[in-house]
Design a protein around this ligand. Sequence first.
Ligand code: PEP
Ligand code: CO
Length: 460
Amino acid sequence: MNDLGLSPLKQAADWQPDSWKSKRITQQAVYPDAGLLTQTLDKLSVLPPLVTSWEVNNLRQQIAEAQQGKRFILQGGDCAETFADCTPTIITNRLKVLLQMSLVLLHGLHKPVTRIGRFAGQYAKPRSSDTESRDGVTLASYRGDLVNSPEFTPEARNPDPKRLLQAHNHSALTINFVRALVDGGFADLHHPEYWDLSWVEHSQLADEFRRLAESIGNSLHFVEAISGRAAGSLKRADFYTSHEALHLQYETALTRQVPNAEGFYNLSTHFPWIGMRTAAMDMAHIEFFRGIQNPIGIKIGPGMDNQWLQELLQTLNPDKEAGRIVLIHRMGVDHIEEHLPPLIETVQSLKTPVLWMADPMHGNTETVANGVKTRRFRKIRGEVKKAVKIHQEMGTYLGGVHLELTGENVTECTGGARDLTEADLARAYTTTVDPRLNYEQALELAMQIVSIESSSQDRS
Ligand code: PEP
Ligand code: CO
């Protein structure tokens, strides 16, 4: 048992941080300079880690609570974090929207909310093709700032090992600033009177949302009146980090043993997740994830079947430990009713603890004019609504959401209270990969989730 009451996961005798090297692997960069890659990984493997094992254990405990329906998890951030966006304004705005959303959820769901950012390391992206062609020229695909750069030139697309150290640096800068903001003066952001709520008037649920914001404000004033302190300083607002642990050489260099704890921790992030593209049972990524102590996310889409899910759970959590597995379903609003229930039945028959989390973004991506990728707010909301209903009907609990969002006023997803149209997409479209909810749409979605949950409670 560790000090939280959870047992460390049993370490398989045949596992090592690099035992994945004997397995089939996809979605990796091919580095032209193998010597420089080795030197860089050696350097990375002696640098301080980005998170600690205590924090990882704490998060596992919180996920265990969420698995029991006692907590909700909000996971959000960029699709692809970039080095250029490692700026104080962008980091602060992203933290602000996540914090404000979490207060809406806390207040509306009457449960503690754990905040996990898709940040401080979300620099590697899986791609549908290894190459990209434009006007007869073919270059390596952009694989995230950890690997190469998005401009369409041979130099930019060349995988560069130096980026591994830059990613570690930028992650460290981000996490350092996040911790300082959270520990320091973030209290003002608790108060809805400081939030930008001008969009609320444009919503069909304006009255409900206005009442929600007022009631959050009143509760905070009440807490402050009785405690004599600003609500923001009452309790440290924890933030955990997450990313897709795709680049296994990078992840291995940060996977360590620490004094007084059993096993190996991936200390590049608190909560690594595995995408379905790299989750076949004979693949390197499954081997890597099998041996780390962290709680792990597994993305499951319409292509997941019962047998595969069963094997994933048996391999990644053979002892059915609490707090270990988060299943992040990303089915699409038109497919969730067909694909999710059989998978829930599979998990129920295994009697293994999982946290069910909805990613309503990745199954609802559309390509519109000029090849621009977008997502409609209505579909995103629709998938969350269906997910809540399915879990309620099957006796399981939707314990979290996984969102792509930013604190900036981008125009990448259509719809929402201001009803952004396809024509608006040209105005402020800055993502390098997938379209994100902007500040207003993200806050609106948090309020919509509260509204969906409270009407589903009324029905039950
Ligand atoms: C992502 O989360 O950015 C992503 C690539 O998701 P998925 O693997 O679910 O498509
Ligand atoms: Co994405």
